[in-house]
Design a protein around this ligand. Structure first.
Ligand SMILES: Nc1nc2c(ncn2[C@@H]2O[C@H](COP(=O)(O)OP(=O)(O)O)[C@@H](O)[C@H]2O)c(=O)[nH]1
Ligand SMILES: [Mg+2]
Length: 279
């Protein structure tokens, strides 16, 4: 599938990319030394000259940060690296990366894992779908979405429970896969939710941002994905992270029920308006 929305100029034409909307992929990494070069290569191979990558590394002990620095020097102008110090956390890393993406002038911001659970080719499908939405989620739980058979029953159960029981009971979300980490945001929607009020440190960042987006009436849609088990390295999902996710869902509801949009003045040139409940 191709991103028909973006008519790509000849990549060899000098200055050809300047009119295209900037797409920034935020890649959080913690101990992804084995995956990072391959995922970066796959993203750059998408033939989107207007796509840049921000790697947000939390001082990975396995040297992922140094690998990221090398990737920057081998791909000038395409990659940025943020080296964060402790405390680490997926939510914190995404906050930092998304802020930088907005500062860079990104019109479309993509979040994805660096371990190939999210297929880099699906970035094109997310971009196709964003023309009808403010936020697009790569979803395991809409029709056509699938989970890798390698996931054991306990992980399947926990993910199902988190999405269809826990978050639905307390947050009444429209989306089926609120914990998905594969998303594309329109700039205006990411600005509108205002990252300053997102408080989750860990994985529940995904749920908090989706809840706020829905509360504010942004149009959030899901497209089915195949979620492959990570190829290399190991999951960082710890018991503490799961616990934070469970209690934070209750806090999220209390915190954001009366949320209003907060558009910053940082992007005066961006003209597209977010969809509202009435549009
Ligand atoms: N920067 C940063 N990235 C993280 C952290 N924890 C996980 N990640 C990254 O977030 C993505 C998803 O994490 P992963 O361990 O694969 O979670 P799982 O898919 O739920 O098992 C991967 O790219 C990880 O490297 C963290 O504390 N900081
Ligand atoms: Mg993973």
């Amino acid at each position: 599938m191709t991103a028909t929305k973006f008519t790509l100029p000849d990549a060899d034409t000098p200055g050809a990319t300047t009119d295209l909307p900037l797409i920034v992929v935020v890649l959080p990494t913690y101990n992804e030394a084995d995956n990072l070069p391959a995922i970066v290569a796959a993203l750059l191979a998408l033939s989107l000259p207007n796509l840049k990558i921000i790697i947000v590394d939390d001082a990975s002990p396995d040297g992922t940060g140094a690998i990221a620095d090398r990737l920057v020097s081998h791909n000038p102008g395409r990659i940025n690296v943020m080296h964060r110090q402790a405390p680490r956390g997926l939510g914190r890393a995404y906050q930092a990366g998304c802020r930088l993406a907005l500062e860079m002038g990104a019109q479309f911001i993509i979040q994805m894992d660096a371990d190939f659970s999210h297929n880099p080719d699906d970035v094109l499908r997310l971009l196709d779908a964003i023309s009808d939405a403010d936020v697009v989620i790569g979803s395991r739980y809409v029709e056509g979405g699938t989970l890798d058979r390698e996931w054991n029953w306990w992980r399947r159960f926990l993910s199902w429970w988190a999405n269809t029981v826990w978050t639905q009971t307390f947050l009444h979300l429209t989306v089926q896969d609120a914990t998905s980490g594969f998303k594309c945001w329109r700039r205006a929607a990411l600005e509108g939710i205002n990252l300053d009020r997102i408080k989750s440190n860990g994985y529940v960042f995904q749920v908090e941002t989706v809840y706020v987006a829905e509360q504010l009436g942004y149009r959030v849609i899901e497209i089915p994905i195949f979620f492959e088990d990570r190829r290399l390295g190991s999951s960082k999902m710890t018991f503490g992270v799961k616990l934070e996710a469970a209690w934070r869902v209750l806090e999220i509801r209390a915190r954001h029920r009366g949320a209003t949009r907060q558009i910053s003045a940082a992007s005066p040139t961006y003209t597209s308006q977010p969809h509202t409940e009435n549009s």
